[in-house]
Write a protein that binds this ligand. Structure first.
Ligand code: ATP
Length: 471
């Protein structure tokens, strides 16, 4: 298994991801997507959007980030969207108590103290309040990773919502929040979407958008950031049919990751033992990152918690009336909630490969084995040499392909080098214009993973690549 640093360094060198505000020393928990990163990001979102909304029963929306403050009162975020926080008095460092304990469990496992790890895990699973976290930390003498000391403060709740002000006055009456999840934008639009699109239960609403959480600790690159994007879908169903829909969406979402190239053995389910205040069952899809398994998407059965809460506080009916049976009910909801940035990171880690056995130039090959539809650059065009009319032909083909595909043109260095550069960013197809092109109008297409080359007619280049990307 390669190290996370390898991915971070490749991501920076090749323009996938940069630290935000880097010239000022960076800002914790915020990252910027570079030229290749934003292509990957767009492709990932497009793949999700197609899977989720190019069907009869799901509509898309794009709600605003700033919402009426009552939304967060109804949803329970004002009262309960907090993490348990603990401070170390010596280093003054601040930690999420549950993560501190989890990291310690991992440490015990690495030291082959599996029995201690299991014991702590069991206690962690049955934590009921902040005191319970504190008891575990003191009972096992869990030290601060920075100072190594155990002089901890008590565990307190820390609300993760970012506050700001709406309008010119910065007083309490104008306090609003940056949304910590995109889901609430869907719930408050439930009636609007249902009526305008004439959908009937069961149906869903999907959205991709930014969310903000003032996380106590940010770490592991894109895994835990303070600004991130979510791809969420709320599926509105008849009460008490949640079990079958939960299973349906579990299968759909797991298969989506596999369809886009995630290695099955790097994915697993993590059913929740401790449920959020709104859920009656929940399970996460986890991916094996270089630092261990971590959640990339949660499937939650949210009952009628959100719609009922918004109905209560807004005074507006959020019911569904079945026109055939005349039944009237507040729908239950199955939610699929994935992180786009965590997805980008998971697909990057999943795609990364190093090959010792090499072909064209006898060097080690670093390759990102992205699914072709996710690859930031889809096709590259090279003239074999920068003379004899080859550059003109190659450039014309490049311009032609660029109308439909993200295409790169490269003339510099030996052909093997140019292949390496494209392998390292995951380009699935490279086309070379050579002497044969001039003599009999053929080109060579080289496929990234097999490194196999195929000779086709130059006239068929566009349709050949098109077919490779066809559904
Ligand atoms: P965690 O337990 O890791 O804090 P969560 O259970 O609070 O996550 P959800 O509220 O279910 O996460 O959010 C849905 C998805 O949003 C997660 O599966 C994850 O992919 C993404 N996500 C949540 N928090 C962050 C974050 N701080 N940075 C990046 N992505 C995040």
């Amino acid at each position: 298994m390669f190290k996370l640093e390898t991915i971070i360094s490749l991501a920076k060198r090749r323009g996938f991801v940069f630290q935000s505000s880097e010239i000022y020393g960076g800002i914790n928990g915020c990252w910027d997507y570079g030229p290749l990163g934003c292509e990957l990001l767009q492709n990932l979102k497009q793949a999700w959007w197609k899977a989720m909304t190019y069907r009869d029963d799901i509509e898309g929306i794009d709600a605003s980030i700033l919402m009426h403050p009552k939304v967060w009162e109804a949803s329970g975020h004002l009262a309960a969207f907090s993490d348990p926080m603990i401070d170390n008095k010596t280093s003054k460092s601040r930690h999420r108590a549950d993560n501190l304990i989890e990291d310690y469990i991992d440490k015990m496992r690495k030291k082959k103290k599996d029995d201690v790890a299991a014991q702590i895990q069991q206690k962690l699973d049955s934590v009921a309040n902040n005191d319970d976290y504190f008891k575990i930390i003191t009972e096992y003498g869990i030290p601060d990773p920075i100072s190594g000391t155990t002089d901890w403060t008590e565990v307190r709740n820390f609300n993760l919502m970012f506050k700001t002000f709406i309008g010119p006055l910065d007083d309490a009456a104008s306090t609003i929040y940056l949304r910590p999840e995109s889901a609430q934008g869907i719930f408050v639009n439930f009636k609007n979407v249902m009526e305008s699109s004439r959908q009937k239960v069961p149906f869903g609403i999907a959205q991709i958008g930014k969310a903000f959480r003032n996380e106590i600790n940010t770490k592991n690159f894109l895994f835990r950031t303070r600004e991130f994007e979510q791809m969420e879908m709320q599926y509105f169903i008849k009460p008490h049919t949640e079990k079958e829909w939960f299973e349906y969406w579990q299968e759909q979402r797991f298969n989506w990751y596999v369809e886009y190239g995630m290695k099955r053995e790097k994915l697993r389910w993590h059913p929740h033992t401790k449920l959020a205040h709104y859920a009656n069952f929940a399970s996460d899809i986890e991916f094996e990152f270089p630092f261990g398994f971590g959640e990339i998407e949660g499937i939650h059965s949210r009952t009628d918690f959100d719609l009922t809460a918004h109905q209560g506080l807004s005074g507006k009916k959020l019911e569904y009336i079945d026109t055939v049976t005349k039944e009237r009910f507040v729908p239950y909801v199955i939610e699929t909630s994935g992180g786009v940035s965590r997805g980008v990171m998971a697909f990057l880690c999943n795609a990364y490969d190093e090959e010792d056995a090499v072909a064209e130039d006898g060097e080690k090959r670093v390759v990102l084995r992205f699914h072709p539809k996710l690859a930031p650059v889809q096709v590259a065009v090279f003239p074999l040499v920068n003379k004899d009319g080859m550059p003109e032909k190659a450039h014309a083909l490049y311009k032609d392909l660029q109308r439909n595909f993200k295409t790169q043109y490269d003339v510099s260095g030996a052909i093997g080098r140019r292949y390496r550069r494209q392998d390292e960013i995951g380009t699935p197809y490279c086309i070379t214009i050579d002497g044969d092109t001039l003599a009999n109008n053929t080109i060579t297409v080289r496929e990234r993973d097999s490194m196999k080359q195929e000779t086709i007619s130059l006239d068929n280049a566009q349709s050949y690549i098109f077919n490779k990307f066809a559904e």
